[in-house]
Design a protein around this ligand. Sequence first.
Ligand code: FES
Length: 125
Amino acid sequence: MARVVFVLNGEHREFDVDLAAMPYQHHGRPGSLLDVALNVGVPLEHVCGGNCACTTCHVVVRSGAQHLSEMEDDEADRLDTAWDVTPQSRLACRAVVRGDVECEIPVYTRNYVEEGGGLRLGRRG
Ligand code: FES
């Protein structure tokens, strides 16, 4: 079991997840933060389907980084293109959960979710 906390719009959503029994949601790596989010109903965007080809699943890890899989080169290269990246940033589709972790969904992703998704570069009238 692991306690996974997603911070979304300042609200902490805590989930006790049985990582061994959790079904794979077919986006990102099995057991990744994205997989957990999809299992528990947290609206974490993943435009590329969890294939490390966008940055919409960017999260900022607040605690428990040691309980995530090591960052690999493809994730690091993709993160370099993310907006507002921090030293605690990860791509949720790449970071596999192995214990308790808390992460925040950054504001640009929250705005994206709140606007209903889609690749928008600006608002129209
Ligand atoms: S969903 Fe596109 S990089 Fe993670």
